[in-house]
Design a protein around this ligand. Structure first.
Ligand code: ASP
Length: 355
């Protein structure tokens, strides 16, 4: 990794934004040899987006090495990002993270938990088409992200002191976002939470949905201890007892996210419930997250959900799987006691659930 260049010369008291480039389509161009997309040298970004020069904002850039397709993202990238933001926190008014779209919702979710008492914008963005392509969505996404990262209110306080995703003219809370479209420009949605801002002729901030609860007297605290021993069990008709057993009782997991049907329902076949009970009795953390895009888990609604609750499964409310994963990594990294983790899973820590 390297802090490779200052895009613009510094002027005193100027708002400053750090552009952090991790990889992804936004910074890729076609390899003439075989036509595949590969990362290009980010120092060429000004040639591709000369509009960035027009901002009255000092923009520096930091490039990760190696650049990665976000399908290769591991929690080590989140740790590196969190440390970088911590180390540069006092130097910048906001941060823009350029990241592949495939796992952007996972990364933004995880960072939202890892950055405690965040008082500055951390805006993730990327694109569906490389920035060098004529019809790219990358330019607009990047320009809006920089504008939002630099935006201040009349008291010079940041407009959006949260981890967010800026995509297709919408700013979404990071830990509420999901990638919903593999090819369209409207790649992200936050189905259970309104956009934090919308970019039209001007950028409209939905202040009543933005979290301003940070304590100005305290600084940023970064949590980089993550316990990744989490598995995801997506239910489907025809799922076999062996498959459920392998995931629920496998030695590799301390927690299992159960991706259930509808409002948190699962088969009530005896073998299934007895495996859930056995996993719970072994102390595993079991979290109920719905497969549905919107709405929430209510384990009191149907007998099939109630049986999970009685077996000791924790209600995920309207959390996304992406966010549940980050929340579990963070909570388990900080707490050895599974009962403590379960209690905290039920709490709204960073606006990730409507509770
Ligand atoms: N595979 C790419 C990535 O996630 C896709 C993208 O950036 O949109 O890095």
């Amino acid at each position: 990794m390297k802090l490779n260049f200052k895009l613009f010369p510094e002027k005193s008291s100027q708002t400053a934004v750090l552009l952090i480039y991790t990889g992804g389509t936004i910074g890729m161009k076609e390899d003439p040899a075989d036509g595949t997309l590969r990362p290009f040298d980010f120092s060429g970004i000004l040639e591709e987006v000369p509009e960035l020069r027009k901002f009255a904002v000092k923009i520096d850039s930091y490039t990760f090495n190696p650049l990665i397709d976000s399908s290769d993202v591991e929690p080590s990238l989140w740790q590196a990002l969190a440390r970088l933001i911590r180390d540069r926190y006092d130097d910048y008014d906001g941060f823009v993270v350029l990241h592949g779209t495939d796992t952007m919702a996972y990364s933004a979710s995880a960072l939202s938990f890892m950055l405690e008492n965040l008082g500055k914008p951390v805006v993730f963005t990327g694109s569906q088409l490389p920035i060098g392509k004529l019809r790219t969505d990358g330019k607009e996404n990047l320009i809006s992200a920089v504008e939002i990262a630099a935006a201040k209110d009349s008291h010079r306080h940041p407009m959006v002191p949260e981890v967010s995703i800026c995509f297709n003219a919408q700013l979404l809370r990071g830990n509420r976002s999901v990638k919903v479209n593999a090819t369209g420009f409207d790649a992200f949605k936050s189905p259970n939470y309104p956009p934090l801002a919308t970019a039209g002729i001007s950028i409209k901030y939905n202040n009543s949905f933005i979290h301003y609860g940070y304590d100005r007297r305290k600084g940023l605290t970064v949590h980089t201890d993550l316990d990744t021993r989490v598995s995801v069990l997506k239910l489907h008709p025809g799922i076999t007892e062996q498959a459920v057993r392998d995931i629920l009782l496998g030695d590799g997991s301390r927690a299992v996210i159960l991706e259930t049907y509808g409002s948190g329902n699962a088969p009530c076949r005896p073998w299934f419930l007895s495996l859930v009970r056995e996993a719970a009795s072994r102390g595993k953390i079991l979290l109920n997250v719905t497969q549905c895009m919107s709405g929430d888990v209510d384990m009191d609604l149907y007998a099939t959900g109630r049986a999970l609750k009685d077996a000791g499964v924790v209600c995920g409310h309207d959390i996304t799987t992406e966010s549940a994963l980050g929340k579990l990594f963070y909570l388990m990294g900080g707490h050895a006691d599974n009962e403590k983790v379960k209690a905290l899973l039920e709490k709204n820590l960073k606006g990730e659930i409507s509770k």
